[in-house]
Ligand binder design. Structure first.
Ligand code: F58
Length: 815
């Protein structure tokens, strides 16, 4: 290091220390004797927050002065992860912060772990939104995220006697140093009421929405810094409040409780995140949440637009709005309502502006996850929006029937209103009709959208459809989560450009055959595994061997993700070892983590099943040193950061055609884990990047799988053919894993033995063979390390910087 640089770093470390002491004393009124670890975390968070402010103000001023085109990312979910470490990293203050804390006798790591991980999302979709926020700031895209500031995020998962128990996540209890309340941007959102037709002075008819109930949306802003570029974007989350502290009418009548009711009901809107990851439930409060944050965001966006622009015609040149799935779909209607009812634009002009502004991302083709709101509920809550949807639909279907006269089947299928049974609004159709872009999140997923779910729409508007393969931010998922590997990479390829340009990792390819490098790579992996080993010991009281293969499946628990397939493999291995205790096997530690939706009985039973299987295997002395099974509780961003760097094998074994993309698969790859997976979602693209020798692919392909299900498939044929599979079913039926609670796994057994909707039995034999191939490959340590290195080296495509650049260029019109 040059002398000047060293001096600069010394000065910064000193400033950080001073600022830390100042904040601890004057913001928290604490000293060295009274400060808790949490106080020290908060003091350091304030130090770093202060360092974000100048960049934040300057960035926003610049966007304002340049009146540049802005991107708004509307998402009901954001999973940003802990911010202290990440913000230090993006501000390039890692060394100085570590030094400052050390000199104060503190550990930055310990402080960082004090932070509550904001769980404002369920899984992939929410985490993708957070990766995009990081990439948009890093690429200097004038972007803003909009969502809800839930008082309670996704529940905390405890495992008790093998069962999932949900505990409320009180993430705001000790305050949140990263957010800034902005009461001055409070926005009124209306619900209920009715519409009346009126004519203005010129005789022009218009509609008024009257007798509505008001709720207030209060803005909370969180700065989102780019990586080492002084740019700081904004994440604006809305919290609900009531218009009056009390309803005075009731208050005066002496009904105190009734007087508080309105306040309580209003505030409930942002109380809690719905913890369902792929089953849609038509609950009124959920629709209120969707409209609440959407309306507040659209009003805010229009207010900002009007500060610099007076003609709505230029709106699409100044604003791009990306809808993260259909949850904010009502934004399209809210925007039309404002343009037509409040701004007085005529329908055609408003509709054209709307279509050019909005873009929609789909994240699933699973029918049970598609949102469709009963017309009765929607019309009661949002009477004007219901009318507008009918108008949009009428005009749209007129267009369709011009192209396909007399094709009533097609018109019925494409309608925004589902007419069979209870009338419902198909939110995805609304999004497609009201947007200029519809994208899937991987190549296969987009193809399936075009060929199946949205086929009629693809026929009608082929130009709207496009694919944007997901990505992950290398800042959090490599630089921060895996500091050892990051250092090794930087030292090896001679620089840290890869953090901003992930394809630089390709430079590792020549080192994949270099013995010294292979050894260094193995050492890093082993140290990371030792770390996780300690965590497992701490959490589960279980000793695992860091020398064993860490075989990992971490994600939401869902039938289509097939945690049961992995569990079946482990049971088959167990049975094999019991039958032949001398059988040679490659020692493995199987690691599971993931939450089940509280109302999803099968998923919750799967968790109990895995834990019981783990108990039997881990306690059996015959199996010692050969197989261990671990279920880590409370999977989330923070736990994920510990797991990926320590993984050898990544389980990506969904039924082909069901996982839209997956992003965990990319995090494993980036950290040098090898994938065993089906030909599904982004696994396909991972295989293309890394080459067939460095990935283990098995199982039915999407088309075959859907054909089998359509034709009516019987798992029994497969069960009888495969002796291991047969043995697995016998063990479950004999209550081998439920001796003390007989009958608890009947629901799993019956479901898989009779229906097996996700083809676990059909894929089992091939999966077993693929696992055998994995064991063979792992036994050759240098060969495995080569695969591991090549996985990291070829993961450049999966940077969210690449994904976001594609959105910017091809959808948002931002260079
Ligand atoms: C996920 N969807 C996909 N939904 O399952 C995954 O393949 C993809 O990689 C990821 O999106 C990002 O594109 C997902 O996470 C949800 O969590 C929704 C939450 C709200 C209810 C409906 C599902």
């Amino acid at each position: 290091m040059k002398k000047d640089d060293k001096k600069k770093k010394d000065d910064i470390a000193q400033e950080l220390k001073n600022s830390f002491m100042h904040n601890r004393k004057y913001s928290l009124a604490k000293d060295i004797y009274t400060a808790t670890e949490s106080d020290n975390y908060r003091s350091m968070a304030m130090v770093i927050r202060d360092r974000l402010i100048d960049g934040w103000i300057l960035t926003q001023q610049r966007y304002h002065d340049e009146n540049c085109k802005r991107v708004y990312y509307l998402s009901l979910e954001f999973l940003p992860g802990r911010l202290l470490g990440n913000n230090i990293l993006n501000l390039d203050l890692e060394q100085e912060s570590n030094r400052a804390m050390e000199e104060l006798g503190l550990s930055l790591d310990v402080l960082c772990n004090q932070e509550k991980d904001p769980g404002l999302g369920n899984g992939g979709l929410g985490r993708l939104a957070a990766c995009f926020m990081d990439s948009m700031a890093t690429l200097g895209i004038p972007a803003m995220g909009y969502g809800i500031r839930y008082d309670y995020g996704i529940f905390k998962q405890k495992i008790s006697e093998g069962y999932q128990v949900e505990v409320p996540d009180e993430w705001l209890k000790l305050g949140n140093p990263w957010e800034f309340e902005r009461p001055e941007y409070t926005i009124k959102v209306r619900f209920y009421g009715m519409t009346v037709k009126r004519t203005d002075r010129d005789g022009k008819p218009y509609v008024e929405w009257v007798n509505a109930r008001d709720v207030l949306a209060v803005a909370y802003d969180t700065p989102i810094p780019g990586f080492k570029n002084s740019i700081v974007n904004n994440l604006r989350l809305w919290s609900a409040g009531s218009t009056e502290e009390f309803d005075f009418e009731y208050f005066n009548d002496g009904d105190y409780i009734k007087a508080c009711e309105n306040k309580i009901l209003s505030e409930n809107i942002s109380r809690v995140l719905y913890p369902s990851d792929s089953v849609y439930k038509g609950l009124e409060l959920r629709l209120k949440q969707e409209y609440f944050f959407t309306s507040a965001s659209i009003q805010d966006i229009i207010r900002r637009f009007k500060m610099h622009n007076d003609d709505f015609k230029s709106f699409p040149d100044k604003v791009a709005i990306q809808l993260n799935d259909t949850h904010p779909a009502v934004a399209i209607v809210e925007f039309m309502r404002i343009l037509v009812d409040e701004e007085g634009l005529d329908w055609d002009a408003a509709w054209e502006i709307t279509g050019r502004t909005f873009a929609y991302t789909n994240h699933t083709i699973m029918p049970e996850a598609l949102e469709s709101w009963p017309v009765s509920l929607f019309g009661k809550l949002l009477p004007r929006h219901m009318e507008l949807i009918y108008e949009i639909n009428m005009r749209f279907l007129k267009d369709v029937s011009k192209h396909y006269p007399h094709d009533l089947g097609r018109i019925g299928r494409m309608s925004l209103i589902e007419e069979s049974g209870e009338k419902k609004i198909r939110m995805s159709h609304l999004c497609i009709v009201g947007s200029h872009s519809v994208n899937g999140v991987s190549g296969l997923h987009t193809d399936l959208l075009k060929q199946t779910l949205f086929k009629d729409f693809f026929d009608f508007y082929p130009e709207k459809f496009n694919s944007k393969t997901n990505g992950i931010t290398p800042r959090r998922w490599l630089k921060k989560a895996n500091p050892r590997l990051s250092r090794l990479i930087t030292d090896t390829i001679g620089g840290s450009d890869w953090i901003r340009n992930l394809s630089e990792l390709k430079k590792l390819v020549p080192f994949a055959s270099d013995a010294a490098f292979i050894d260094a790579w193995r050492k890093v992996k082993t140290e990371n595994k030792e770390n996780l080993t300690r965590y497992i010991k701490n959490q589960n009281g279980l000793t695992v061997d860091p020398g064993s293969m860490f075989d990992v499946q971490v994600k939401r628990i869902h039938e289509y993700k097939r945690q049961m397939l992995f569990a079946f493999y482990l049971i088959a291995q167990y049975a094999k070892l019991k039958a032949d205790p001398k059988a040679e096997i490659v020692p493995r530690t199987a690691i599971f983590a993931g939450k089940a939706a509280p109302g999803y009985v099968i998923a919750k039973t799967i968790i109990k099943f895995i834990n019981n299987v783990a108990d039997v295997i881990n306690k059996d002395p015959d199996i010692k040193g050969k197989l261990k099974v671990v279920f880590l509780e409370n999977y989330g961003v923070s736990l994920a950061e510990r797991i990926f760097p320590a993984s050898d094998l990544s389980e990506q074994i969904s039924t082909a055609g069901k996982e839209a993309s997956g992003t965990g698969n990319m995090k494993f790859m980036l950290n040098g884990a090898v994938t065993i997976g089906t030909w599904d979602g982004a696994n396909i693209e991972i295989a293309e990047e890394v080459g067939p020798e460095n990935i283990f692919i098995f199982g039915k392909r999407a088309e075959e799988a859907s054909d089998m299900t359509a034709k009516g498939y019987d798992p029994k044929g497969y069960i009888n053919k495969d002796p291991f599979l047969k043995e697995v079913f016998s063990l479950i039926q004999e209550e081998f894993f439920s001796q003390f609670e007989p009958g608890i796994f009947k629901v799993l057994y019956e479901n898989l033995y009779r229906k097996d909707p996700y083809l676990i039995c059909a894929d089992f034999s091939e999966y077993l063979a693929a696992q055998e191939a994995v064991s063979g490959a792992y036994a050759d340590t240098a060969g495995w390390m080569k695969k591991s290195i090549l996985n990291t080296a070829n993961s450049g495509k999966f940077s969210s910087d690449r994904t976001v650049s594609e959105y910017a260029k091809e959808i948002w019109g931002i260079s």
